[in-house]
Write a protein that binds this ligand. Structure first.
Ligand SMILES: *Cc1c(COP(=O)(O)O)cnc(C)c1O
Length: 469
C-alpha cells in the first residue's frame, strides 16, 4: 500500500479562513485557532478538507470563549474545599460586597472629611471579637504569616518546632516562607515531641520570634508532645522576643459543640498571651479570602507600618465582605447566617431527609439513585481526619468516572465524590436552598450527555454494594 504523507493533504490556514469566512473582528482569533487545529492534525496524522477544519477551528474558538471560572455545586462533602473557593459567603457579606462595588469610604474619614485609614474599618470589630488590643487585615493568611515575620523578625532567628515545619498545600511551606521574610529558621525538638524547654534552650540574642504553626492538614498522633502556648508566651516575654501563633483556620466558635474535636479558638490563642495570632478569612471564619492578624498593639502597629503591607493589603470588596461576616459573629447569628456553620451544624436527620427528597426526585426522572450514609469533612486544613456523619445520594453505574465527568459538565457543574464505586452527592456541603438546583443539574446532565446514570442507557446503573438506607 502506498503511504501518503498526511501533511500534503492538509489545507492551508487561508483555505480554512476562506471556508469559514469569520467576521472581520474574529479573523485574527480564528486564524490562530485554525493554525492550532492544523498543527494538531499534523501531529496526529488526521486529514480533512478546509470545511472540516473550519468547523473544528470554530469549535475550538467556542471552547476558548467558555468561562473556566464558574459557579459549581460542591457535593464533595468537604465543606472548605480550597479548589472550590473555600467558604461560601453569607447573604449579608454578599450584600455588603455589592454595596462596596461603587464609590466607598475605604480610605476616607467621613467624620473628618479627609483621608482615612483602610485598616481602621475592620480592626475594632476584629480585635473585640478576638479579645485582642488591635488587629489588621491582609490578602490571605500566607501573607499574614509572611508579614508578621518580616515586621517582627527580619534578620533575626525564628524558633519553630520540627513537628510544625509543615507544607500547608499549594506549595506554602513554613521553612520557605520564613526564608522569604528575611528571618532565619531555628528548628527545635524532634518530629513528634517538643517541649517549652527546647525553645528556651534555643533562645539567644539573635532570636526575633517564637513561631507556632497549626499542623493543618497533617496530624501527629501517638507519642507526641507540644509545648503549652502560655509557656511559650511567658518565655517570649521574658526574653523580649515576639510570640507568633499561626492558627491556620482559626475559629470564633467552639467546634466541640458540633461533635467535632475542640479546635483552638482565636480568643483562646490571644488569651494565652501571643503577640500576634494569624488566621484565614475563608476557612472556619466563613468569610472572603483574607489574612487576619490580631494581638498586642505594638506588634500589630509594626505589621501595619511595614512597607510590604502596601503590596499585601486587602481590596475594598474583601474588607466589605469581611466586616459583614464579623458583624454576624458580633450579633451571635453565625450558626444560622454563615453557610460554613450552617453546614457544620446541619443535623444528620435533616441531611437524610434532604438526600431522600433529591433521590426520589431523580428516581422519578429515571435516574437510579439511592440514599447512603457517609462521612463528611470540614476541610480547609482544620480538623484533619475528623469527620461528621452525613448522607449522600449515590448514583451507581458501570462507569463511575464517566458519570462523575458528566456531572462536571452539568449546569452548574456538580462536583461529587466517588465512594465504593459509586458517585456520591454528599448533602453536608450543599445548602438546602440549592437542593432543587442540584437535582435539576444532575437530571439534565444525565439526560443529555453522559447518560451513564439514566435509565435510557444500555448500561443501566444498578445499586452497588454498601450500606444504603
Ligand atoms: C491555610 C493555612 C495557611 C494559609 O492560609 P491562606 O489563607 O490560604 O493563605 C497558613 N497557615 C496555616 C496553618 C494554614 O492552615
Amino acid at each position: 500500500m502506498k503511504r501518503v504523507d498526511p501533511r500534503r493533504q492538509l489545507p492551508s490556514v487561508d483555505a480554512v479562513l476562506r471556508a469559514a469566512r469569520p467576521p472581520d473582528a474574529d479573523r485574527e482569533r480564528f486564524a490562530r485557532a485554525a493554525r492550532d487545529v492544523l498543527a494538531r492534525a499534523r501531529e496526529s496524522g488526521a486529514t480533512g478538507d478546509a470545511a472540516a477544519f473550519a468547523a473544528e477551528a470554530r469549535a475550538l474558538l467556542d471552547e476558548r470563549a467558555r468561562r473556566t471560572l464558574r459557579r459549581v455545586l460542591n457535593a464533595t462533602g468537604v465543606i472548605l474545599q480550597t479548589n472550590l473557593g473555600r467558604a461560601p459567603l453569607s447573604a449579608r457579606a454578599l450584600a455588603a460586597i455589592a454595596e462596596a462595588a461603587g464609590a466607598v469610604s475605604v480610605e476616607f474619614d467621613l467624620a473628618a472629611g479627609k483621608r482615612g485609614e483602610r485598616h481602621g474599618h475592620a480592626a475594632r470589630l476584629l480585635a473585640d471579637l478576638a479579645g485582642a488590643e488591635d488587629a489588621c487585615v491582609v490578602n490571605n493568611n500566607a501573607a499574614a504569616v509572611l508579614l508578621a515575620l518580616a515586621a517582627l523578625a527580619t534578620r533575626k532567628e525564628v524558633i519553630v518546632a520540627r513537628g510544625e515545619l509543615v507544607e500547608i498545600g499549594g506549595g506554602f511551606r513554613i521553612p520557605d516562607v520564613l526564608r522569604r521574610s528575611g528571618a532565619k529558621l531555628v528548628e527545635v525538638g524532634t518530629t513528634n515531641r517538643t517541649y517549652a524547654r527546647d525553645y528556651a534552650a534555643a533562645i539567644t540574642e539573635r532570636t526575633g520570634a517564637i513561631l507556632r504553626v497549626h499542623a493543618s492538614n497533617f496530624k501527629l498522633t501517638g507519642f507526641v508532645a507540644r509545648a503549652d502556648g502560655r509557656d511559650l508566651a511567658a518565655l517570649a516575654r521574658e526574653h523580649n522576643v515576639a510570640y507568633i501563633n499561626d492558627l491556620g483556620s482559626g475559629t470564633f466558635l467552639d467546634t466541640a459543640k458540633y461533635g467535632l474535636p475542640p479546635e483552638e479558638t482565636v480568643a483562646g490563642a490571644v488569651g494565652e498571651g501571643a503577640d500576634v495570632v494569624t488566621f484565614s478569612g475563608d476557612k472556619l471564619l466563613g468569610g472572603p479570602q483574607a489574612g487576619l492578624c490580631v494581638g498586642r498593639a505594638s506588634p500589630i502597629a509594626a505589621i501595619r507600618a511595614h512597607p510590604l503591607m502596601r503590596a499585601l493589603r486587602p481590596d475594598k470588596l474583601t474588607l466589605a465582605g469581611l466586616i459583614a461576616t464579623l458583624e454576624v459573629y458580633r450579633d451571635g447569628t453565625a450558626e444560622t447566617e454563615l453557610p460554613v456553620w450552617r453546614m457544620i451544624a446541619a443535623a444528620p436527620r435533616a441531611l437524610a431527609d434532604r438526600a431522600r427528597a433529591v433521590a426520589d426526585r431523580l428516581s422519578a426522572a429515571g435516574v437510579r439513585a439511592e440514599v447512603i450514609e457517609t462521612r463528611s469533612a470540614v476541610g480547609g486544613g482544620s480538623l484533619p481526619d475528623e469527620t461528621q456523619p452525613s448522607f449522600a445520594v449515590a448514583l451507581s453505574g458501570p462507569h463511575v468516572t464517566r458519570l462523575a465527568a458528566a456531572l462536571r459538565r452539568a449546569d452548574p457543574p456538580v462536583i461529587a465524590r466517588i465512594v465504593d464505586e459509586r458517585v456520591a452527592l454528599d448533602l453536608r456541603s450543599v445548602l438546602p436552598e440549592d437542593d432543587e438546583l442540584l437535582a435539576r443539574a444532575v437530571e439534565t446532565a444525565l439526560e443529555e450527555g453522559g447518560a451513564d446514570g439514566s435509565s435510557e442507557h444500555p448500561d443501566r446503573p444498578s445499586p452497588g454494594a454498601g450500606r444504603s438506607v
